[in-house]
Design a protein around this ligand. Structure first.
Ligand SMILES: [Zn+2]
Length: 960
C-alpha cells in the first residue's frame, strides 16, 4: 500500500500521521512474539480456557490471532463469497468458510464489523442463539469437528463504506455508481465475515450479482466475462450454499434479466487483506502488448476517460518494465495471472497492491499537465505496488509487527527499480533526489517523541492501522538503501530471490529475511543480526557533525566525526556506511568510511588539496541527520551553485532546512537565503522541494502575524521568475512548478487581488500564462477565505458559478462545500459543527473533510475561537463512537488553530491525561500534536529573537 506523499510540515502543523507505541519492551516484543508463535503450536494440545481476546476487545489482538492460528490447520482454509450488489447504499452476501480444525476445545471466532448477521450455519446446523458482539461472530465448538473438514455458512448485510475502508461506494456526478474494496490493514472484515489475520492465508472464490451495466473485477479473471444467467449461477452456488440461503439472498431480485452473474476463478493462496473486488460502470482499456506479456487492463470512472487516454501509454510502460525488472533482479517470475490497474475515487491511499487487481487513487488521473515530479511520484507508486507482488503478495508477513517487510522494502526497491529502467513515454525527475525528498518524512517522524522501531510490537490491529507511517515507509526504505549499500546490489538481489523461493505463498518473519541476507553477507566487522538490532529493532536516529582544521595542509590531516542521538531518550548509536565529500575550488573528492557505533570516529585525509568544505553522507547512503560545521556552512552559502551535483546540493539544502525545523535559524533568514539562491538554481527537482520547504517554513514555522509579509516576498519572487521562464518553451516544466505554487503563498490580500485579476483575464503581467482549472479553483477558495471579500458576496458567487459551469466533475462539488463552509455565518457554523459531531453516514468522509477544511481555516481566524474548547470536549467521544478513519479526519481537520500555544499545550496535556488506555489511535494523535506544538514554540521563539521582521515591524492586530 502506498501513502500519498505527505509533507506534514507544510500543512497546518498539527496534521501528520500518527505513530507511537509505548517503547518499553519494544525490543522484547519481537522475541515475545517469536516465543508466542512456538507456544501456539502447543496450544493444539492444551488450549487456553479464557476467550476474552475475542469477547472484550474492539480490535483483533495479537494474542487472539495466535490462539486462532493454533486452532486451524494451515493451508486448509478456503472461502466462497457470493455477493448481491444491487447498487444503492447497501449490499448482502453469503460466505462459505471451509477449514480443518486442529482441536474443538474452544469456540472459533469469525471477524465481522457489519450491519447484520442474518444466519449462521455450522456443519449443516443452524445456530439459533447467534452470538455476535459487533466484531466477532462466535462459532460454537460443539458444532466443530476435527475428523472432517468444517463448513461455516454466514449470511450477512452491510452498507457500502463511506470512509474508504471495506467495500466503498461512490456515486459520480453523472449518476454512475462505483464500488471498490480496501481491505488492508484490518478491513476485510468490514467487507465480509472472515478470519481476518495475515497468517491465516486462504484461497477464495467470488461470485457477484450486479446490474447489467456494471463490470466486476477481482484478483482473478471472471469466467465467461460475467455472462451467466440466473439458473446457471444458482446452480454453481448450490454446490456449497444451503438452498434457503440462496433463496433469501436472491428473493428481492425482481427482474433477474437486469442483472449479470459473475463467477471468478479461485485466487492463489492469499492473506485476507489482499482479497479485492471492484465493481461499477468502470471504463477500461486493454494493453496491446506482445505475446507472452502478462495481460494488463486499466479501469477508471467514465468521467475520467479523456484524461486517462493521455496517461495509458505511460502506465502500461512503467507496469511492464518494472515487472520485468523485478523478475530479473530477484530471479523469480511474476506469480499472478494478470495485472489490472484500477483508478478509484475517495481513496485514502496512494495505491493498494491487491494481487492482479491493483487499486490507485484517481488523484493520479491528472486532468492537466503536471510537473515532472508528479509523474515521477506516480511512476514510483506503480513500481511500489509491483514490488509488493513479491514482498507481501507472494511472501507475506506473519503478523503486523513485520509490516516493514512489505512497506520498507517496496518503498526502497521501487526507487531502485525506477533508477534502473528507462521510461520513454514521459520524462521523469532525478530519482535519488526524489528519494531524498521522501526521506524527509522519516527524518521528521523519527525526531518525534512518538517514534518507534521499524519492526516493533503490535499488540492489536488498531496499532497496526497506525504504523503505516514515516518510520515504516520512509525510514524503513532508507535503512534498506543502507543495507544494499553494505551488501552490494547483486548479493542483495540474490538473497531476496532465495527468500522468495523458500517462503513463496507462505508467511515469514524478520529473522527469516535476515538469515537469507546473512548467507550472502561477508564482513568480519559485524553481523547482520547486530546491524538489525541497531537499525530495525531500535527507535530513533543519529546526527553526525564534522570537526576539522581547514588550515591543516598535511597529508595526514584529521577529520573527527561526532555521532549523537537526535533525541536523547533514544540513545542508540549506529554503524553507518557513508561517503564523505571534500570540496575544493575545482571540484569534489570523496572518501568511503564505515563509522563505528561510537561517539567519535577519526578519519585521515590529504589536507594538501586545500579543502574548503566537508559534507558527510555525501551521495546519501545512510539515514542520518547531517550537521554542517561553521566553515562549511559559510562556504556552501556563498558557493552553492558551484556544486555541480544535484543530489549534493539537495543534501546541503536539507541540512539548512533542518536548522529551521530545529529552531536554530529563523524562517525569515531561510526565505531570504532561498530567494537569493533559487534564481541561479537549474534543477527543477530542487526548486520543487524548496518550494515545499518554503511552504512549511512560512505555513507552520512562522508566527501567524508575520506570514503575510514573508508570503508576499515569495509570491513576488515567483511572479518575477514565472514571467521570465514563460518566454522559453524549453522551461515549461519550471513554468508549471512556479505557476502552481503561486496560490500557496498568497497570504496577503494584494496577492489575492493579483490572482483574481489573472482568473478574470485582467492581469497584464500574467496575460501570457494560462490560468488552469486547478489554478482557478485555488483562487476561488482564496477569495472565499479572505475577509476582504466579505463585503463583495456578489463577486464570490459570480466566480463560483463560473467555475461550476466550467467544471462538472466531483472536484467541483468538493470545492463548493469548502467555499460554503468558509463563509458560513454563526448559525450555519453551529449547524456544520452539529453535522461533524453527528455525521450522517450517507455523506463520505472525503466530502465531510472539505467542509471541515473550510470550517477550521486559519484565514478565518476570528471565527474559530468558540469551537476550540468544544473540540476538546467531544474528541474522546468521537474516537469512542466513530470509525478511526472518520475520527482521525475530525482530529486533523478540526484541531484548534490558535496563537496562544502555551494554553493549547495545557489543553492537550489535559486531554492526554484523560484519554482512556484503549483509545490507542487518539493517544498517538495527541502525543504527536504535543510534540509538534512544542517544536513550534521553539521555532517561534527563534523567529522573535532573530528575524528582522520581528524587531522592525509593528504589526497591528487589525491587519492580521
Ligand atoms: Zn506498500
Amino acid at each position: 500500500m502506498q501513502i500519498l506523499k505527505k509533507f506534514a510540515d507544510s500543512k497546518t502543523a498539527q496534521i501528520g500521521i500518527i505513530v507511537a507505541l509505548g517503547l518499553s519492551g519494544v525490543v522484547l516484543g519481537y522475541h515475545q512474539y517469536d516465543k508466542a508463535r512456538k507456544s501456539s503450536l502447543i496450544v493444539t494440545q492444551n488450549p487456553p480456557v479464557s476467550q476474552n481476546e475475542f469477547e472484550q476487545n474492539r480490535f483483533l489482538t495479537q494474542a487472539g490471532a495466535i490462539q486462532r492460528w493454533g486452532q486451524i490447520v494451515q493451508g486448509s482454509i478456503s472461502y466462497k463469497v457470493d455477493l448481491l450488489l444491487k447498487g444503492g447504499e447497501s449490499y448482502s452476501g453469503l460466505v462459505t468458510l471451509d477449514f480443518e480444525a486442529k482441536h474443538t476445545l474452544t469456540d472459533l471466532y469469525v471477524d465481522f464489523r457489519g450491519k447484520k448477521v442474518v444466519k449462521l450455519v455450522v456443519n449443516g446446523n443452524k445456530i439459533n442463539n447467534l452470538d455476535w458482539n459487533g466484531l466477532f461472530i462466535k462459532v460454537p465448538k460443539e458444532y466443530l469437528s476435527t475428523s472432517q473438514k468444517n463448513r461455516v455458512n454466514i449470511q450477512f448485510d452491510q452498507n457500502y463504506a463511506k470512509d474508504g475502508c471495506g467495500l466503498h461506494g461512490f456515486i459520480d456526478k453523472d449518476g454512475k455508481q462505483y464500488l471498490y474494496s480496501q481491505c488492508e490493514s484490518y478491513f476485510t472484515n468490514r467487507f465480509f465475515p472472515c478470519m481476518d489475520q495475515p497468517d491465516l492465508k486462504a484461497q477464495l472464490r467470488f461470485t457477484a450479482v450486479c446490474p447489467k451495466e456494471w463490470v466486476v473485477i477481482s484478483n482473478e479473471n471472471a469466467d465467461q466475462n460475467g455472462q451467466f444467467n440466473y439458473a446457471q449461477a444458482t446452480n454453481i452456488i448450490k454446490a456449497y450454499q444451503p438452498e434457503e440461503f440462496i433463496e433469501s439472498q436472491l428473493q428481492n431480485l425482481e427482474n433477474s434479466d437486469s442483472y449479470n452473474f459473475w463467477v471468478f476463478g479461485e485466487t492463489k493462496i492469499l492473506p485476507t487483506y489482499l482479497f479485492a473486488l471492484v465493481a461499477g460502470e468502470y471504463w477500461s482499456i486493454k494493453f496491446q502488448g506482445e505475446v507472452g506479456d502478462v495481460p494488463q487492463t486499466i479501469y477508471c470512472r467514465e468521467s475520467l476517460k479523456e484524461h486517462m487516454m493521455n496517461l495509458q501509454d505511460f502506465i502500461f510502460e512503467v507496469t511492464k518494465k518494472s515487472m520485468k525488472f523485478y523478475e530479473d533482479f530477484f530471479g523469480v517470475k511474476y506469480q499472478f495471472n494478470k495485472y489490472d490497474s484500477l483508478f478509484v475515487n475517495e481513496y485514502n491511499w496512494g495505491a493498494m497492491e491487491n494481487p492482479g487487481c491493483v487499486t490507485f487513487n484517481d488523484f493520479y488521473v491528472f486532468k492537466e499537465k503536471k510537473p515532472a515530479t508528479s509523474y515521477t511520484q506516480f511512476a514510483n507508486t506503480i513500481t511500489h505496488e509491483m514490488a509488493h507482488h513479491w514482498f507481501g503478495d507472494y511472501v507475506t508477513m506473519k503478523w503486523w509487527n513485520d509490516l516493514w517487510l512489505n512497506e520498507s522494502y517496496a518503498d526502497f526497491i521501487s526507487h531502485f527499480c525506477l533508477e534502473n529502467i528507462q521510461i520513454e513515454s514521459i520524462k521523469l525527475s532525478n530519482i535519488p533526489v526524489m528519494f531524498n525528498q521522501r526521506k524527509g518524512w522519516g527524518y521528521r517522524e523519527d525526531q518525534m517523541v512518538t517514534t518507534h522501531p521499524i519492526a516493533g510490537d503490535v499488540i492489536n490491529t488498531e496499532v497496526a492501522e497506525n504504523i503505516f507511517d514515516g518510520i515504516t515507509y520512509s525510514k524503513g526504505a532508507s535503512v534498506m538503501k543502507q543495507l544494499m549499500c553494505i551488501m552490494g546490489a547483486a548479493k542483495f538481489g540474490e538473497a531476496c530471490g532465495n527468500y522468495f523461493r523458500k517462503f513463496g505463498w507462505k508467511n515469514a518473519v524478520l529473522q527469516d529475511l535476515i538469515d537469507h541476507l546473512q548467507e550472502k553477507f561477508d564482513n568480519p566487522e559485524f553481523t547482520l543480526s547486530q546491524w538489525k538490532q541497531q537499525w530495525i529493532e531500535t527507535a530513533g536516529m543519529n546526527e553526525i557533525e564534522p570537526q576539522w582544521d581547514q588550515t591543516d595542509r598535511t597529508h595526514q590531516a584529521k577529520l573527527t566525526i561526532y555521532q549523537r542521538p537526535a533525541l536523547s531518550q533514544f540513545s542508540t548509536l549506529r554503524i553507518h556506511k557513508i561517503k564523505i565529500g571534500l570540496f575544493h575550488d575545482n571540484g569534489i573528492d570523496s572518501i568511503d568510511a564505515v563509522l563505528k557505533a561510537t561517539e567519535e570516529n577519526v578519519i585521515t585525509y590529504d589536507g594538501s588539496k586545500g579543502y574548503r568544505a566537508i559534507l558527510l553522507n555525501y551521495e546519501d547512503q545512510s539515514f542520518v541527520k547531517v550537521l554542517l560545521d561553521q566553515e562549511s556552512t559559510k562556504y556552501f552559502s556563498q558557493n552553492l551553485q558551484a556544486v555541480n551535483d544535484v543530489l549534493t546540493r539537495t543534501l546541503i539544502y536539507r541540512a539548512l532546512f533542518d536548522s529551521v525545523r530545529d529552531g536554530k535559524i529563523c524562517s525569515e533568514e531561510y526565505v531570504d537565503f532561498l530567494l537569493n539562491q533559487l534564481p541561479r538554481e537549474n534543477s527543477d527537482e530542487i526548486l520543487n522541494s524548496q518550494l515545499m520547504f518554503l511552504q512549511a517554513a512560512i505555513g507552520s514555522m512562522t508566527p501567524r502575524r508575520f506570514k503575510k509579509t514573508l508570503g508576499k516576498r515569495v509570491f513576488a519572487f515567483l511572479l518575477e521568475q514565472l514571467v521570465k521562464v514563460s518566454k522559453d518553451p524549453q522551461l515549461e516544466n519550471r513554468m508549471i512548478l512556479l505557476r502552481n505554487n503561486l496560490t500557496s503563498f498568497a497570504y496577503d490580500n494584494s496577492c489575492i487581488d493579483e490572482l483574481l485579476a489573472w482568473f478574470q483575464g485582467q492581469n497584464q503581467e500574467l496575460s501570457q500564462i494560462e490560468c488552469t482549472k486547478d489554478n482557478k479553483w485555488a483562487i476561488v477558495k482564496l477569495v472565499y477565505a479572505s475577509q476582504k471579500y466579505d463585503e463583495n458576496s456578489d463577486l464570490r458567487k459570480e466566480i463560483l458559478q463560473k467555475m461550476l459551469q466550467l467544471d462538472t466533475s466531483d472536484a467541483a462539488s468538493r470545492a463548493q462545500l469548502r467555499c460554503q463552509a468558509l463563509i458560513a455565518n454563526e448559525q450555519e457554523r453551529a449547524a456544520l459543527w452539529q453535522k461533524f459531531i453527528d455525521p450522517n453516514d450517507k455523506e463520505s468522509v472525503k466530502m465531510m473533510q472539505e467542509s471541515m477544511a473550510g470550517f477550521n481555516n486559519e484565514r478565518r481566524y476570528l471565527s474559530l475561537e468558540p469551537y476550540q474548547d468544544k473540540f476538546f470536549e467531544v474528541i474522546i467521544q468521537i474516537f469512542q463512537t466513530k470509525s478511526n478513519d472518520f475520527s482521525k479526519t475530525f482530529y486533523d481537520y478540526l484541531f484548534p488553530i490558535t496563537d496562544d500555544l502555551a494554553s493549547l499545550c495545557n489543553k492537550i496535556e489535559k486531554l492526554r491525561a484523560a484519554v482512556p488506555q484503549n483509545l490507542i489511535t487518539l493517544k498517538i494523535q495527541v502525543d504527536k500534536s504535543l510534540d509538534t506544538i512544542k517544536r513550534q514554540v521553539k521555532q517561534f521563539e527563534c523567529f522573535c529573537n532573530q528575524a528582522k521582521l520581528a524587531t522592525q515591524q509593528q504589526v497591528q492586530e487589525k491587519d492580521v
